[in-house]
Design a binder for this molecule. Structure first.
Ligand code: TXE
Length: 481
């Protein structure tokens, strides 16, 4: 049984106490590797290494930092097949999704911030002939990056890349549910010649290893992506320690479809925005609102299209619906399908655990599920399910659909489908989300501010927003006479 190792001070090492956690293969439900069950002592080693590396790394010329990051990106690209298969096996997602989304985006994340840092300049403000102000932006020091299981390497690198590009040294913890590609990433860092201690990856549980990172007094900023509840727990620890916090949390995103939409394009994309990555993307559109004149037409077409989406072997190139990431998460999703029916919902397709054959018979698969007939403000429509489950509801007016769309505690993303430009802009102005897609979904420009409002998070990632988060600004005012 393969035992993963922590990556600390440039070396792959075992957890100090020699304790390990089972790592599962979602498609078979079986343990296939072990990961370090690290604790505060391992985190201390990582913080010491990061602290020791910071003085040199923070003054390393940006061109040199950039070159090493580009080298890491090229190694991932060279070993694309290995990373794709590892991601698929670890998370349960199809090799198609890992190969089209996760790993290429991890490469893009490294390349984007390796180049962004070369163009990142600070501001100056001239007080006529009295004084010159300039803003110095320097790296913070040792920062913590904690990432989730749904897009493992994609979200892991989305944090690490800007952090090290800006000259910080990192103590990172991937999800204990999907540690494999972070482990492979650490080997790529060693091969690329990333100096020891610049990045340290400590594997382990959130409550012990993750908590130890968040509460460590020498970790000056925390960038977290995960559940809203966990985000609140992290904020409760970090806020009184005045740490910088970036929190990318849950979502319950509306997908608003007007009768004048480009129907075929909307339908194709809505299948994607509902069930991509088994619905385990915080940006998925899980509440679908359809203008009444096309509600029945949409319902029939959507059910017909989704009924063809069969959960299959994630390792098969043809599979588009993989396994759910863990048994507890599969049970959580199934419990929400149960709840929806108790709340009066009608399952139009799916609704059950899918049982495959052969060695996948114990795998964690759920049929893509569509439910109608629910009140817009019932629990099923208010709480994040984070699986292949969507609800559909008709609406009659813009005011009505805006009230329903904005009624949850979340505010991450939304899609609006209409050919009426004025209406599109009007809706975008009134929807309470950090990201709004008009006639598209998951179309991403890495320069844009990424994140949500309300209980979907604090702060923004992406582009110069991320470099601003990972630097400390200082205003210097120089009198001229
Ligand atoms: O996330 P957690 P989980 C949502 C989704 C899901 C729910 C819980 O609804 O059902 O969150 O998922 C680490 N201090 N999203 O359990 O617990 C943990 O080890 C420090 C949306 O996977 O938030 C992991 O590395 N760290 C989300 C990371 O936090 C802690 C994507 C995420 O774990 C910690 C995933 C603590 N006290 C789930 N507790 C999105 N926005 O995309 C846990 N961790």
């Amino acid at each position: 049984m393969e035992k993963l190792e922590n990556y600390i001070n440039g070396k792959l090492i075992a957890p100090l106490k020699g304790k390990y956690i089972d790592n599962y293969h979602p498609a078979t439900g079986k343990v296939y590797s072990l990961i370090p069950d690290s604790d505060a002592a391992d985190v201390q080693l990582a913080v010491d290494a990061a602290k020791a590396a910071f003085p040199a790394w923070s003054v390393t010329p940006t061109e040199k930092r950039s070159k090493i990051m580009m080298k890491i990106a090229s190694i991932i690209e060279r070993d694309m097949k290995m990373f794709v298969e590892a991601e698929s096996k670890d998370n349960g997602k199809s090799v198609h999704t890992a190969g089209m989304v996760d790993i290429p985006r991890a490469v893009s994340n490294m390349e984007f911030f390796a180049t962004a840092i070369m163009h990142y300049a600070a501001e100056s403000h001239i007080m006529e002939d009295t004084a010159i102000n300039y803003t110095m932006r320097s790296p913070i020091g040792v920062v913590g990056c904690i990432s989730p299981w749904n897009l493992p390497l994609y979200l892991f690198t989305w944090k690490i890349a800007p952090a090290i590009a800006a000259g910080n040294c990192v103590v990172a913890k991937p999800s204990e549910v999907t540690p494999m590609t972070a482990y492979l990433f650490s080997k790529a860092c060693i091969e690329a010649g990333l100096p020891a201690g610049v990045l340290n990856i400590v594997h382990g549980l959130g409550g012990s290893c993750g908590q130890a990172i968040v509460e460590h007094p020498e970790v000056k900023a925390i960038s977290f992506t995960g559940g809203t509840k966990t985000g609140a727990a992290i904020a409760a620890t970090a806020a009184p320690m005045f740490k910088k916090l970036s929190l990318e949390l849950g979502g319950k995103n509306p997908n608003i479809i007007f009768a004048d939409c480009d129907f075929e394009n909307m339908l194709k994309t809505t299948v994607q925005s509902s069930f991509a990555n088994q619905g385990e993307i915080c940006l998925c559109g899980s509440r679908i609102f359809v203008e009444r004149p096309i509600y029945e037409k949409f319902k029939a077409a959507f059910v017909e299209r989704v009924s063809q989406l069969k959960p299959g072997n994630p390792a098969d190139e043809k599979t588009r619906m993989g396994a759910i990431v863990s048994k507890p998460h599969m049970e959580k999703i199934l419990s929400y399908i149960e709840l929806a029916q108790q709340e009066g919902g009608k399952v139009l397709c799916g609704g059950k655990r899918a049982v495959l054959d052969g060695d996948l018979k114990d795998g964690w698969f759920i049929e893509p599920t569509i439910i109608e007939g629910l009140a817009y403000n019932c629990r099923t429509n208010m709480e994040e399910i984070f699986g292949p489950v969507v609800t559909i509801m008709p609406f009659d007016t813009e005011e009505e659909v805006l009230t329903m769309a904005n009624s949850t505690m979340y505010g991450l993303a939304a899609s609006v489908w209409t050919e009426n430009l004025t209406r599109a802009h009007r809706m975008a102005g009134k929807i309470q989300s950090g990201i709004i897609w008009i006639n598209c979904w998951l179309l991403r420009d890495l320069r844009t501010p990424f994140g949500g409002m309300k209980s979907s998070g604090v702060g923004r990632e992406g582009g110069f927003e991320a470099l601003r988060f990972f630097t400390e600004p200082k205003n210097v005012c120089v009198k001229l006479k």
